[in-house]
Design a binder for this molecule. Sequence first.
Ligand SMILES: CC(C)(COP(=O)(O)OP(=O)(O)OC[C@H]1O[C@@H](n2cnc3c(N)ncnc32)[C@H](O)[C@@H]1OP(=O)(O)O)[C@@H](O)C(=O)NCCC(=O)NCCS
Length: 165
Amino acid sequence: MSTEANQLDIVIREMTPTDIERVCEIDHLSFTLPWPRNSFYFEIEKNDASRSWVAENPDQQIVGMLVTWLIVDELHIATLATDPAYRQHRIGLRLMVHALCTAAQAGAQKSFLEVRRSNLAAQNLYTKLGYQIDGVRLRYYEDNHEDALLMSLQTIDSSRLKALI
Ligand SMILES: CC(C)(COP(=O)(O)OP(=O)(O)OC[C@H]1O[C@@H](n2cnc3c(N)ncnc32)[C@H](O)[C@@H]1OP(=O)(O)O)[C@@H](O)C(=O)NCCC(=O)NCCS
């Protein structure tokens, strides 16, 4: 569906405390259980395992965000969202490829995440990146008791990932 032609220009950079207000805005627009503001602050300032990223458009407006945790050789995807007004321009894909390739340089070999069973957009994105479904956490989400699918990327292959963007 997306093509090179409708890829917006974006820059991906590390999240900083001054980004939190806008990151929370995107989080609230994207999730029924958004994170408390302090959680983003914790990730940026206190959590050594955290690698948190934002995507900025040419007007320097943040249009996507991604929080990951690098734990030994595993990259855990903690949260990912694209501003609804900017979806389907491969921003989520490019954030994920950037995070995975950067983590691979730092020693990550595998990646893990959880996704709602009903969230087909995200599942398609992860499948495109090479993740597969490994298991289910039944009734995992507090708001509607929806199941979480556990997905893993068994080998982070940077060349293959970069070829996707
Ligand atoms: C999931 C999400 C991050 C995708 O972000 P995005 O920037 O719109 O996605 P991309 O444009 O990078 O899409 C990449 C691939 O994902 C899949 N995808 C994305 N949106 C989709 C949709 N609405 N329906 C079906 N597949 C979709 C497609 O396979 C797409 O590949 P294509 O460009 O070749 O079609 C975005 O929909 C979002 O923020 N959702 C709400 C928050 C959320 O669910 N986060 C993930 C929690 S696990």
